[in-house]
Write a protein that binds this ligand. Structure first.
Ligand SMILES: O=C(NCCNC(=O)c1cc(-c2ccc(F)cc2)cc(O)c1O)c1cc(O)ncn1
Ligand SMILES: [Mg+2]
Length: 210
């Protein structure tokens, strides 16, 4: 089962070294300027779930600066693919640099666009049948509609894992209600804290039962 592992601390950034890219972003966001990366504490839970699922196909909704993209991609097996979707072009441009600096471009496909437009096109455009893991970290009010859309588009299979950030802060109450009450999901809450703060937040891990 996924549980928190302590992450090691490194301070400087080397090209091609995803670990040092992660540590540099965490150091900056903890000490200089807060930013909405999943962060080191929730990041360790994310790492555990990625390692447990060992996915061949991953979808990330909400790339932001690419912090979680790097966290996930660094743990993927050789031929695994991560498709990450970002709405905001300026932020996507930063993420491309972060992903390149970590040397993970071959595992990552960054797409710019709105999730509602993009999700129905994934099968034909990217030749993906289903996703083994979906990381939801985009607009919180999109979690539920996009989950229903992924179901309708046949992008989830028995055993697909949804991992949602920020289910407490900022919160995704309608999504939580859905995955926790639906007979089609087995859901579990990993209590943690809002990135770089003492405020409660957590990740919800939901297994699609088909
Ligand atoms: O991805 C899109 N926005 C960022 C989503 N992420 C968040 O909003 C987010 C916010 C917070 C957060 C928490 C406390 C607080 F005081 C302020 C912000 C933390 C997080 O960890 C997030 O992930 C987006 C844009 C758009 O126009 N259309 C589709 N998607
Ligand atoms: Mg988040």
């Amino acid at each position: 089962e996924a549980d928190r592992k302590e992450c090691t601390q490194v301070t400087h950034v080397h090209e091609w070294d995803p670990g040092s890219v992660i540590q540099a972003i965490d150091h900056y966001c903890r000490n200089k300027e807060w930013a909405m990366n999943v962060g080191d504490e929730k990041g360790c839970i994310l790492d555990s779930v990625v390692s447990e699922v060992n996915p061949a196909t991953v979808l990330e909704l909400g790339t932001y600066c690419g912090y979680s993209t790097v966290r996930i991609a660094r743990l993927l097996p050789p031929h695994a693919k991560l498709i990450t979707l970002e709405f905001n072009p300026a932020v996507a441009a930063i993420a491309r640099q972060v992903i390149a600096w970590a040397g993970l471009e071959d595992k990552v496909q960054l797409v710019e666009g709105a999730s509602g437009d993009f999700i129905p096109r994934i099968k034909e455009q990217f030749g993906v049948k289903t996703f083994d893991l979906v990381f939801l970290d985009h607009w919180k009010e999109y979690y539920l509609p996009d989950t229903k859309l992924m179901e309708e588009c046949g992008l989830l299979r028995k055993g697909s894992v949804l991992l949602a950030d920020n289910v407490v802060c900022p919160g995704a109450p309608d999504y939580l209600e859905y995955v926790r009450s639906s007979p089609r999901y087995e859901s579990r809450y990993f209590k943690s804290h809002l990135e770089y703060t003492k405020v409660e937040d957590g990740l919800e891990k939901s297994v699609f039962l088909g």
